[in-house]
Write a protein that binds this ligand. Structure first.
Ligand SMILES: Nc1ncnc2c1ncn2[C@@H]1O[C@H](COP(=O)(O)OP(=O)(O)OP(=O)(O)O)[C@@H](O)[C@H]1O
Length: 264
């Protein structure tokens, strides 16, 4: 099956200057990632390994140093290409508390992508906002509230609804449950699974938490120091990790190491 979205041989070097000294940081080293229609891909690795950078490059928020991004078989190059891609590939940010504008009502925040892309008339936008709120398990009256009146879980549901307003084909979810309580995390993950099935979405789910990735993803990519060190079907990678770094990540999960020890 052809990939819907692909990063091919992507390299990213950040150049920083501190106290007059220039430093180069190799954040992403020759990374290739494919996302196929309707699949959930998990991208795992410790903080600072380059997960956010590669995903930001894949939607054009961050330029790459070299390499390419391919959407539906065509290399994304021009400004118009990136604009078209951003309609179909949406990014859900890590922090539900800062992702929403604090002075904007929820309904206006949800309608904003439709206004930017000149979709629908005001009445239709109001209806679509109500529909999307229901889709993510919130009451349509929520549209009148301000972000400060919502819990973390409700805000993350609103962020998901906002990302879905333009009917994207792919959602890139960057650590979207890490700031939430464990019970709320489970609800948001279940919502994500329901939405993925209902809307036939492809998901790239980025997390440092292997348990979450195991629960959600059919395929997993393990990233370490800017490189993909292992990838494969989630069950295969979890049951039989080949890379030493993957093994050390898995050993850090208490239940997993007990299970592995019992199997040996
Ligand atoms: N704008 C930037 N300027 C300089 N260095 C950066 C910049 N953004 C990221 N980096 C560096 O690039 C490396 C990869 O960062 P990145 O945020 O992609 O990692 P991550 O795996 O997503 O981590 P986290 O889970 O903490 O967000 C890190 O060393 C980081 O400090």
């Amino acid at each position: 099956m052809n990939a819907l979205l692909e990063a091919r041989n992507v390299v990213k070097v950040f150049t920083t200057t501190r106290e007059g000294k220039t430093q180069k940081i190799q954040a992403v080293r020759n990374v290739s990632i494919n996302i196929h229609p309707g699949e959930i891909v998990g991208l795992v690795g410790e903080s600072g390994c380059g997960k956010s950078t590669i995903s930001r490059i894949m939607i054009g928020i961050e330029p790459s140093t070299s390499g390419s991004v391919i959407y539906e078989g065509k290399e994304v190059r021009t400004r118009a290409d990136w604009k078209a891609l951003r309609r179909h590939v949406q990014y859900v940010f890590q922090d539900p508390f800062t992702a929403l504008c604090p002075t904007m009502r929820i309904g206006d925040a949800l309608a904003e992508p439709l206004i930017i892309h000149r979709i629908g008339i005001p009445r239709e936008r109001v209806d679509r906002v109500a529909h999307m709120l229901e889709m993510v398990g919130l009451h349509p009256d929520m549209a009148r509230r301000m972000p400060s009146q919502l819990s973390g879980g409700q805000r993350q549901r609103v962020n998901l609804a906002r990302a879905l307003m333009l009917e994207p084909k792919i959602l890139i979810c960057d650590e979207i449950v890490s700031g939430l309580d464990v019970s709320v995390q489970a609800q948001v993950l279940q919502l994500l699974i329901d939405l993925q099935e209902k809307l036939d979405l492809s998901l790239m789910f980025i997390s440092h938490d292997l348990r979450v990735v195991h629960y959600l993803s059919s395929r997993v990519l393990v990233m370490y120091l800017g490189e993909i060190v292992e990838q494969g079907p989630t069950k295969v990678v979890f049951d039989n990790p080949e890379d030493a770094y993957t093994r050390s990540l898995l050993a850090a999960i208490p239940d997993h190491s007990r299970r592995s020890a019992a199997n040996t």
